[in-house]
Design a protein around this ligand. Sequence first.
Ligand SMILES: Cc1cc2nc3c(=O)[nH]c(=O)nc-3n(C[C@H](O)[C@H](O)[C@H](O)COP(=O)(O)O)c2cc1C
Length: 181
Amino acid sequence: MPLSAPDIKISTGIDTPRVDAQGFRSAMRIVATAVTVIATGEAGLRHGMTASAVCSLSDRPPMILACVNSNSTVLPHIRANGCFSANFLTETQSALAERFAGLTKVYGPDRFEAEIWGQLVTGAPVLHDALSVFDCRLECEYDSPTHTILIGRVEGMMHDPLARSLVYAGGHFSFPHHLAT
Ligand SMILES: Cc1cc2nc3c(=O)[nH]c(=O)nc-3n(C[C@H](O)[C@H](O)[C@H](O)COP(=O)(O)O)c2cc1C
């Protein structure tokens, strides 16, 4: 059973002087991020969403942090299942990122094509051809007014050392070619 931390006290609806929402978006939009699909649920009951607010928290123990909008349809399923996977995408998987962001108007279990998903330890769906996959048990969560911060303990893992990361920046999915070897 995941633990809930006390609510973080953050006021909403007020822009900090000189830091309005539009300026904030402009500044963040140009920052490159990796792209994941966060997923949970057994075959036929799978749910997943695209998320870039996902990162490593610690290696001892191995923990992943993921920030999920509190209105996301995926969140209640992660809570009910007590586990989720973080699937970091490769440069060839931008179509998956779009699908799991709802940009192709596909929702719920229909976002999953059975043949490209499997499972490791927790039962959460894992993407066969991803860059790096972290299969996590939900350890605890923290609520902010808009998002829930999930912390997962990594129980299973796989990665493809020859694949290259999908990157999102400036509203586009791309691989940064200056990183090519
Ligand atoms: C590149 C990209 C990154 C995203 N990152 C996040 C994120 O970190 N957290 C989040 O809650 N939503 C994020 N989203 C939005 C969700 O993918 C989107 O709202 C999705 O439709 C949620 O699934 P649902 O419609 O089933 O609730 C991102 C979208 C894109 C295109």
